[in-house]
Design a protein. Sequence first.
Length: 126
Amino acid sequence: MAKKKAVARPGPRANKADGESAVLADIAAMPGPDRGMARRLHAIIKASAPALSPKTWYGMPAYAKDGKVVCFFQSAQKFKARYATFGFSDEANLDEAAMWPTSFALKELTAAEEARIGALVKKAVS
């Protein structure tokens, strides 16, 4: 009779590290303009909401709280779109009145957009 080997389950830190590696690999594989934007967004999100865990979602970088995606980036090149998209899921705490934006078109990131994204991400996880 063969013995079964016990398989250790990775802890939450391992999952976060694996998610980080996967997201960074996906970003590195993106074409130039999307890659630069995705790298910058990754840094902004990590600085604004360190509790979010990076993960891939439909092959794109995403950031989750308690396993549920809060925000994500979609490459323009991958989806053959005119612009990249930064968006929020229904898990984000962004509700305002009866209507509010959940995604934004990105052609480039200036200091103003970076500040706005940082503030939105902080609000989304509050």
